[in-house]
Design a binder for this molecule. Structure first.
Ligand SMILES: NC(=O)c1ccc[n+]([C@@H]2O[C@H](COP(=O)([O-])OP(=O)(O)OC[C@H]3O[C@@H](n4cnc5c(N)ncnc54)[C@H](OP(=O)(O)O)[C@@H]3O)[C@@H](O)[C@H]2O)c1
Length: 285
């Protein structure tokens, strides 16, 4: 039986993988978190890989607070670069296939059409820069790797845009949401299924891939759709990015082109609206 290690498994993607693990009895899953396997601690990582026989490692561990990363550069670097390097080296040493998750934030967002894997990254934030350096550590240190860039991840777990909107709707009569940043919401469970589909395919078509749900939306469109699905009557006003200043400038265009992953792995991807229906149905609060 092949063994899959999931790091950072208390996060959104890790918990989504946990949800579907029982659908894949052909694998033994080992779920670790920051306490049981701190990826930034090289001795910890080396010892873990020595002790356990790992065939696949899905690295869900990351520093993901985009704004905080601007003032916590060292911490973000330690996790998103050094931590990833530690994992990549151990994976290579033990002939483990590494599935590493990256982000649309490696791009500057100035392109007018969806980003392909061939487009040149140009990160504009500390978070994006550390994630790109992490990708380079994977490419440099681990032969058998997949780097999957995703965007606008949400689920019933952790903190994300959908949960923030639903929380705000409890106390506010009106919400103003940015309409001039375009991307694609990605249901973490869909990404988790896609990752296991790739592992199951045993195709070994290693490299960089883009994955998000199908279609595109602004944050305003996404918020409206969330309220509609939840049947919440709340006034939603579209605003410009300039009216909602954040520490980090978000990419104007975050839409990812998914042709490569669809063609190489025969993956079919749900429209973001359909996946949203699913997750809202399962959301109890
Ligand atoms: N969220 C998004 O919108 C988005 C968009 C594009 C790409 N991504 C990428 O997708 C991946 C999964 O994101 P996510 O939303 O599931 O993130 P998440 O919910 O923030 O989960 C990340 C997990 O990693 C853990 N972690 C942090 N430092 C660690 C360390 N040194 N060792 C082990 N675990 C550590 C965190 O624990 P603590 O919480 O205790 O620190 C957390 O449980 C990440 O690579 C992220 O960069 C996310």
């Amino acid at each position: 039986m092949k063994t899959i290690l999931v790091t950072g498994s208390n996060g959104q993607l890790g918990l989504s993988l946990k949800e579907i693990a029982t659908n894949h009895p052909q694998f033994k899953f080992i779920f670790t978190n920051k306490d049981s396997l701190d990826i930034s601690n090289s001795l910890n990582v080396v010892a873990f890989f020595e002790k356990n026989n790992i065939d696949y490692c899905i690295n869900c561990a990351a520093y993901t607070n985009v704004d905080k990363a601007e003032t916590q550069q060292e911490v973000a670097h330690k996790i998103n670069v050094i931590g990833v390097k530690n994992i990549a080296k151990s994976c290579n040493h033990h002939n483990t296939t590494l599935i590493h998750i990256s982000t649309d934030f490696v791009f500057d967002g100035n392109k007018k059409t969806p980003y392909t894997e061939e487009d040149t990254p140009n990160p504009q934030s500390v978070y994006g820069k550390t994630k790109l350096l992490g990708e380079k550590e994977v490419e440099k240190n681990c032969k058998k790797h997949y780097i999957i860039r995703t965007s606008w991840l949400y689920s019933q777990h952790g903190s994300n845009f959908m949960k923030t909107m639903l929380q705000l709707a409890k106390t506010k009569k009106e919400i103003r949401v940015v309409e001039d940043q375009i991307g694609t919401p990605t249901y973490a469970l869909d990404l988790a299924n896609a990752i296991l589909h790739i592992i199951n395919s045993t195709k070994n078509e290693f490299g960089v891939y883009h994955y998000s749900n199908q279609g595109e939306a602004s944050w305003y469109d996404f918020a409206k759709a969330i309220f509609k699905e939840k049947k919440l009557k709340i006034k939603t006003e579209p605003i410009k990015t300039s009216q909602y200043p954040t520490l980090v400038k978000r990419p104007k265009n975050s839409v990812l082109n998914k042709n490569k992953i669809k063609e190489n792995f025969s993956i079919s991807i749900f429209a973001w609206q359909d996946s949203l229906k699913q997750v809202v149905k399962n959301q109890h609060s």
